[in-house]
Write a new protein. Structure first.
Length: 111
């Protein structure tokens, strides 16, 4: 289940809870974003042509339980524990891709 939040000039998308082995398939965004693990753990993979070329495991109980995913980077998330919850956090953007201080309702900025 996905839940979206607006917090000032930041957009927060919550994913989960996920079961161990559940996958958020390969996808990319047109903006940088931070994925922050709040419960359980995730395998986060950077993909090129659908194949993993880099990976990191992030767990809620560890220090630095987040990863920056660059704009355009295809990536995949795999839950390693039941009940895994994560948040993708990023700035609001307008149709020109510029960071803005408030949600303007431009849906493609949040895909």
């Amino acid at each position: 289940m996905t839940i979206d939040y607006v917090s000032g000039n930041v957009f927060i998308r919550e994913g989960g809870p996920m079961r161990a082995g559940e996958v958020v398939g390969g996808h990319a965004h047109n903006f940088d974003h931070t994925t922050y693990v709040t419960h359980g753990s995730l395998l986060i993979e950077r993909l090129v042509d659908g194949a993993p070329v880099q990976s990191v495991t992030k767990s809620a109980g560890q220090e630095k339980n987040w990863v920056l995913i660059r704009a355009g980077a295809e990536h995949r998330l795999t839950a390693l524990e039941d009940g895994t919850i994560y948040h993708c956090i990023y700035s609001h953007r307008n149709a020109q891709g510029e960071v803005v201080m408030a949600h303007e309702g431009w849906a493609p900025a949040y895909e």
